[in-house]
Design a protein around this ligand. Structure first.
Ligand code: AHG
Ligand code: MN
Ligand code: MN
Length: 356
């Protein structure tokens, strides 16, 4: 820290929640207007806070941002790129792959695959995690990602996103699945890129949540919001309500209660877009167990955990209906979980009904 204005701001906003300066009913967003900081500069500054940092972490974030810029371009020209429509294959989840799922996955694999600091790469679109470097050759980190979340919305030009999480690599564990099956609380960093009406990059390294917007004229993600905090309460829920009759009774009771309380409903069907709105405006996002997906639909390691890390860092809460999402001990790369996340008070309203 060099005591600059930005640093002073950061320390002000890193005050623990509950101290009076934490999340409140009013949206607590710090919009940076007086200086320009790129994602790369920001991460280098963050790394400089740790005297022993090797710089490997910032290489990974820079690779993710390069992949994100390439995917952003392809998403913006998805028809011209021939990326709409089914690939004709089914991924390990038993879901139809959209061409763009495969293209985005390839971009990330190619860009991240060359970074020496990454030992293991895991993707929604790959059955097994890829071991890039073993043992003492191995890098310090593992990266898991959902290359394109909400891809079934591409043909209607709705926002889609890339989700990533960075975990520490343990070179003593030879099995790649065991290496990456870490509870979410151990994440080193997590984030997402939302290819919406603007392209935003949202990241946490465990010191708040920071948002960058892609400036196409210079090809950089520039800081637009430092230490974003979500409102404590907002009468909005986000859930696929068509499945209500298949939800456990507690969720049905919650929805009836929310209707009586005058809540609004917002559901895009792209988790990244739904959670981004929840993070910025407040509310609650739910994907409960359903008849079709009794364990929930969303994937624990590369969808639920990274989003939970961001939501908690923004002052919110994330649970699977009973326990903290980031305390679940994962057993498989593609494991699913039910999910309730968002503003602290809103999650509590859901849990009150779910607990009966
Ligand atoms: P993906 O496109 O990566 O397979 O994820 C789709 C997910 C998520 O984005 C969204 O929240 C959810 O599927 C929507 O599911 P429903 O259509 O069942 O509501
Ligand atoms: Mn997804
Ligand atoms: Mn996906």
């Amino acid at each position: 820290m060099d005591g600059s204005l930005a640093d002073q701001r950061m320390s002000t906003h890193n005050a623990p929640s509950g101290s009076g300066s934490g999340p409140s009913n009013a949206a607590h967003r710090h919009v940076v207007t007086d200086n320009l900081t790129s994602l790369q500069t920001f991460i280098l500054e963050e790394e400089a806070r740790f005297p022993n940092a090797s710089g490997e972490f910032s290489w990974i974030v820079s690779a993710i941002s390069l992949a994100a810029k390439m995917i952003a371009y392809k998403v913006r020209h998805v028809r011209l790129q021939g990326g709409v429509g089914q690939q004709g294959d089914v991924n390990v989840q038993g879901e139809e792959q959209i061409k763009m799922d495969v293209i985005a996955n390839e971009v990330i694999m190619r860009v991240l695959g060359s970074r020496k600091s990454i030992a293991v790469l895991g993707s929604e679109e790959e059955e097994q995690p890829a071991i890039l470097r073993r043992g003492s050759e191995g890098g310090k980190y593992c990266v898991l990602f959902d290359p394109l979340d909400g891809s079934s919305n591409l043909d209607t030009a709705v926002g889609v996103g890339t989700i990533f999480t960075i975990l520490r690599n343990d070179p003593h564990i030879p099995d790649a699945v065991k290496t990456v099956c870490q509870p979410g609380r151990q994440q080193v960093a997590a984030g997402y890129v939302l290819y919406g009406s603007s392209t935003v990059f949202v990241i946490t390294t465990g010191h708040g949540v920071h948002m960058f917007e892609l400036d196409m004229s210079v090809g950089s993600f520039l800081l637009v919001s430092r230490d974003l905090k979500m409102p404590r309460a907002k009468k909005v829920y986000s859930v696929n309500e068509a499945y209500t009759e298949g939800f456990p009774e507690g969720y049905q009771r919650y929805l009836k209660w929310a209707h009586a309380q005058g809540y609004s409903s917002r559901y895009i069907g792209s988790m990244v877009a739904d959670i981004h709105r929840t993070l910025v405006n407040g509310g609650v996002f739910l994907y409960p167990p359903t008849k079709k997906h009794p364990d929930g639909k969303l994937r624990l390691l590369y969808e639920a955990n990274p989003m939970s890390f961001l939501v908690e860092q923004a002052g919110g809460v994330s649970v699977n209906g009973s326990v903290r999402t980031m305390d679940i001990e994962p057993k498989a790369l593609h494991e699913r979980t039910p999910l309730v996340m968002g503003s602290a008070d809103e999650v509590e309203h859901v849990l009150r009904h779910v607990r009966g």
